[in-house]
Each structure stands twice: as C-alpha cells, then as structure tokens.
Design a protein around this ligand. Structure first.
Ligand SMILES: *[C@@H]1O[C@H](CO)[C@@H](O)[C@H](O)[C@H]1NC(C)=O
Ligand SMILES: *[C@@H]1O[C@H](CO)[C@@H](O)[C@H](O)[C@H]1NC(C)=O
Ligand SMILES: *[C@@H]1O[C@H](CO)[C@@H](O)[C@H](O)[C@H]1NC(C)=O
Length: 316
C-alpha cells in the first residue's frame, strides 16, 4: 500500500479533481459556443468541412485529373493511426490529380464505435465500412474491391465515369508519396493495369506471382471485373495479396503490369531481401512499424520543407 495517499492528501486530491471537472465543463461550454459559431459560418459559406478533408487540399478538380482512390485497410479502433495518416496525407498535394484516401474496415462491433466513428465521418468523411466481419485473410480485400462499384455509383457527387482511374489497396504501415505516385502513373495505361511491388522480394518480373500487400493498384476495369466475375467470388480465403494475384492469373487479367520495385520497398531496418535504403526515387515505404521509423522517413523526405515562418512558433 505504498501508493495509498494519506488522509490529508486525499482531501487535496478530491479538491483538485473538482477543479479539474469544473475546468473541463467550462472548456466544453466555450467550445460549444465556438462550434455553434463555426457551424453558422459553414452554413453560409461554400466551405464545407467534409469536402475539404476527404480530398486533398490545393488541387483543381478538373475532369482531366487523374483520379486515384487509396483504400487503407485498417480496424475501427485504430483512431490514433488514422489521425496520424491524415496528417501524412493531408499535407501532400498533387497538381493534376484527385486522390482520395479512405480508411476501410468491416462492420462495427462495439457500442462506443457507433458514436466515435460517426463523429469521425462527420469531420473527415474518409471512412468506408464494408459489410463483413473483421478479418485479415478471409475475404476483406474481396469485399473491398467488389463493393466499390455499387458504393460509388450511389454517391451522387461521383457521377464521373469511372469514379477513379485507379484503386489502391494499402496497409496502414505504408507511406505513399503522392506526387511521386502520380508521376509514375501518368505514362501508364489506365486499363487492365496491375501495379505494385512484385513478390518474392528478389523478383523483378511482374508477370509471375503477385504484388505485395503493402500497396497494390489496379485500374477501374479490374475493380469492376472483380465485382462481376465468379473467379474471385469462389476463392477469397488465404493471404489477401496472393489470393488477389491468383484471381488476376486465373481470369487472365492485367495484360499491363508495372513492377514498382525499387521505388517501393520495405524500410531499411531490419535489412532483408525486401528492404532498400531510403532514396529520392520513392513511391512508397513499407513496414513503418514504429513512430521512430515514420519520423526518420518523414525527415528524410523533407516533408516540413514548406512550413511557413511565423512569429507564433519556433521550430529548431
Ligand atoms: C447564426 O446565424 C443567424 C442568422 O444568420 C443569427 O441570427 C444567429 O445569431 C447566428 N448565431 C451565432 C451563434 O452566431
Ligand atoms: C453488417 O452490418 C449490416 C448492417 O447492420 C448487416 O445487415 C450485415 O448483416 C452485417 N454483416 C455481417 C457480415 O455481419
Ligand atoms: C532534403 O533536403 C536536403 C537539404 O536541403 C537535401 O540535401 C536533400 O536532397 C533533400 N532530400 C530529398 C529526398 O529531397
């Protein structure tokens, strides 16, 4: 009982707790007023919070733009990771491209998720909830791709066809550099394309085996094929990236393929046959499993280069 407070201390703790609660109630009250002001403001202006963040800032939305959906498969409870990735992707902008980053998970299962996820959607509008039970290798990827055509058809704002030229399945420990991704995709076909990091690691031939689950991309016609064909439907169980490659092979799809190795690779440490040093010609870095690895990667790519100087802060 070393940590039990003495009676005198206990009184102090109770008083301090009261002050804290009062403080938070005041704070919440002030925030509510500010929020009301804000919601008034948004109502009478063109600015809308959901459209602002679901697609990336500073970009024209011309019909000629290349349109890419990056679906990051994750879990409903990973709020922190989503917050972090919004920081990573919300600060990248690419002229001539419309890139939507969305977080993808299966049916909600807990009471608190109903309110917390709904709030996230209200603020960010970047979440896709699939009709499935959360799983890794039991068909979540199939549900993701096969649900998209109907999902996007129903969105009245997405009347352009195809809604996206390319759809990516990504991991939440992968860092995509969007300008480089777009630069790489620009000269490539927009049909029958399968793009990624060929597995196994030493292989450089995109026509054997499959693309690693770190992040692979297909053109919209393949997404529609996944929805319509019986081939994927019959075979959904197994390591999702390998299963995906099986569909493509069995369906004789993707006459266009692009091996993005070594502009996509695993983080240099621990060194394996799949890793590469960080280097400027990078589309994606994978296996960013720790905060430290993320930070070193972001530092390397000078992501804060455009921070505006101000008297309000000083960052050494
Ligand atoms: C919101 O706008 C309405 C009318 O435009 C105004 O009457 C009201 O006072 C405003 N509320 C706040 C909190 O600014
Ligand atoms: C997911 O949720 C929807 C809506 O609540 C429900 O209709 C559906 O059966 C659920 N699917 C699974 C696989 O649990
Ligand atoms: C980051 O900035 C440094 C210093 O300006 C520069 O030498 C380096 O090439 C930049 N790195 C990349 C990947 O752009």
């Amino acid at each position: 009982m070393k940590n039990a407070p003495k009676p005198g201390n206990r009184k102090k703790i109770i008083i301090i707790s009261f002050i804290f609660v009062a403080f938070f109630i005041t704070l919440a009250f002030i925030n509510k007023i500010q929020f009301d002001d804000l919601s008034n403001f948004t109502k009478c202006s063109i600015y809308s919070p959901s459209s602002k963040i679901s697609s990336l800032p500073i970009k024209s939305s011309s019909e000629n733009d290349i349109r890419i959906l990056i679906g990051i498969l994750t879990l409903a409870d990973n709020h922190q990771q989503r917050h972090f990735l919004r920081l990573i992707y919300g600060t990248q902008s690419v002229a001539g491209a419309k890139i939507d980053v969305k977080f993808v998970f299966c049916n909600l299962t807990k009471e608190d998720q109903k309110i917390l996820i709904a709030l996230e959607i209200m603020l960010h509008n970047d979440i896709i909830i699939l009709d499935c039970k959360e799983n890794m290798d039991k068909g979540k990827t199939y549900t993701y791709f096969s649900s998209l055509p109907d999902m996007l058809k129903d969105e009245s704002s997405n009347s352009i066809n195809p809604p996206y030229h390319y759809v990516i399945k990504g991991d939440d420990d992968t860092y995509f550099r969007l300008p480089k991704l777009v630069e790489t995709l620009m000269p490539l076909p927009r049909e029958d394309l399968y793009f990624g990091y060929v597995v196994p690691c030493p292989s450089m031939d995109p026509f054997v085996h499959y693309m690693s689950g770190m992040g692979y991309l297909v053109s919209w016609d393949i997404v529609e094929w996944i929805k319509d064909s019986d081939i994927p439907k019959r075979h959904v169980i197994g390591p999702e990236d390998k299963v995906f490659g099986d569909w493509i092979r069995e369906g004789r799809r993707a006459k266009n393929r692009y091996n993005a190795k070594w502009s996509m690779y695993d983080y240099p440490e621990p060194a394996t046959r799949c890793t590469h040093e960080l280097w400027p010609d990078t589309v994606a870095v994978h296996r960013l499993k720790t905060r430290e690895k993320w930070v070193r990667t972001l530092e390397y790519f000078n992501v804060t280069r455009d921070l505006k100087p101000s008297k309000m802060y000083h960052i050494p």
